[in-house]
Write a protein that binds this ligand. Structure first.
Ligand code: GLU
Length: 402
């Protein structure tokens, strides 16, 4: 028997590069599942739907056993907290919603912890605001926490940090939050579980002839118009418009997205079996989308001038180490885009710097093992990790050892 460790797991083919819609979930390496409030919380009583959650945990366990990584983005805090605090039915003021979210979130997190523990899976709560996915530094922190959790085979359970989010930094809907998370962790599949089984060409609640669109490859004006026409009874804030906004973010990040009915137990198994839903399929893989973003989507705020040895290492697809950098130009923060230049100053590539310009100046020319002594903290060994860099010039790889 051959045992394949996590890190050796071969990358499954990108859903966009073939394998079909059905395979997009079964073959994804990293999956984000978004759960709407109406699935998890009984509308009339405000009680948690424990049997549904237990079945979802079983779904998640099956994916994990196949070596897939799963992130959950769950709504339901406000719906659960409303009952816990005895708030009246009907519209709530923002501060009442925030209070409800704070009382409900603790219950929500507990519910996931219990449900996943039955399958030996550890749950980890992550609360994010709009700011965390916009501001570079917080984005990187959130990303590395999520990647670390996934590496430890825990399932991050994410919600918006409703109690601290002000109007300006609120997502307000978890559809877009889930898509941002999918982009952040380079997920190849996002599943939005809702109370509707997909995108229709007209509102199915008022027009019985409305047809479900099984596959969307581009979000055109016609598709946007269809979304505007459809209402979802989801207790959360997201209607079809936010689902489409999520689809745009996901597709741009090279992530396939399924919009599916989550009301029946075991919704992920149902999607894999080919149940009705709408698939939004991107043209590129998450990796290509990210590389394009680094190469063309970001304005570089500085330059790292490499020595000849480092240029050779770049050509062989290696990461850039501090030892191979001769000079640092400009002012940039950790995570900012920088130009990678040959010793004569010509651009050979672009990447995201793991260090600020100030810290980079202190460690260039030094071995990675010396970083902690020089900076007083243990950062990454690489100045620019190979996943974060793109070669934009034609480089000839020198003979190894030659
Ligand atoms: N964060 C909110 C909650 O947990 C829900 C937002 C949404 O459903 O989109 O209740």
């Amino acid at each position: 028997m051959v045992t394949v460790s996590r890190t050796d797991t071969p990358t499954p083919p990108s859903p966009a590069s073939g394998g079909g819609k059905k395979a997009a979930l079964a073959k994804a390496k990293r999956v984000v599942v978004k759960i709407g409030s109406s699935l998890l919380v009984e509308g009339a009583s405000g009680a948690l739907r424990r049997a549904w959650l237990a079945a979802l945990a079983e779904d998640v366990a099956r994916l994990q056993q196949r070596g897939q990584e799963v992130v959950i983005v769950s709504s339901g805090a406000i719906a659960l907290g409303r009952r816990a605090l005895g708030l009246p039915p009907g519209a709530l003021r923002l501060e009442e919603k925030q209070a409800a979210a704070s009382a409900g979130q603790i219950r929500l997190a507990h519910a996931y912890q219990d449900a996943l523990a039955k399958f030996g899976i550890g749950a980890a709560q992550v609360l994010l605001t709009g700011d965390d996915t916009e501001s570079r530094r917080r984005y990187l922190n959130a990303k590395s926490t999520l990647m670390t959790l996934l590496g430890l085979q825990a399932v991050p359970v994410i919600n918006e940090n409703d109690t601290v989010a002000t109007e300006e930094i609120r997502y307000g809907d978890n559809d877009r939050l889930a898509a941002r998370v999918a982009q952040m962790v380079s997920a190849d599949c996002l599943v939005l579980l809702s109370d509707i089984d997909g995108l229709y060409d007209a509102d199915p609640s008022t027009q019985p002839a409305a047809k479900l669109i099984p596959e969307v490859r581009e979000i055109t004006a016609a598709i946007e118009a269809m979304a505007g026409a459809t209402k979802s009874a989801d207790m959360g804030t997201g209607g079809m418009i936010t689902k489409l906004a999520a689809a745009k973010i996901a597709m741009n990040a090279g992530c396939a997205m399924a919009l599916a009915d989550g009301r029946k137990e075991g919704p992920l198994a149902a999607i894999e079996a080919g149940s009705r839903c709408t698939w939004f399929l991107p043209n590129a893989s998450p990796r290509t989308a990210r590389k394009n973003w680094i190469a063309a989507g970001l304005k570089p705020s500085g330059t790292l001038v490499l020595d000849a040895g480092a240029v050779g290492a770049m050509a062989r697809g290696k990461s850039l180490l501090p030892a191979g950098v001769k000079a640092v130009k400009g002012d940039f923060q950790r995570g900012d885009a920088v130009i990678l230049a040959a010793p004569d100053g010509t651009e050979i590539g672009r990447g995201l710097s793991a260090y600020s310009a100030a810290d980079a100046r202190k460690i260039i020319g030094h071995k990675s093992g010396e970083i902690e002594g020089l900076l007083g903290y243990r950062g990454r060994d690489e100045m620019v990790h190979r996943d974060d860099l793109v070669i934009t010039a034609e480089l000839v790889a020198p003979e190894v050892g030659g």
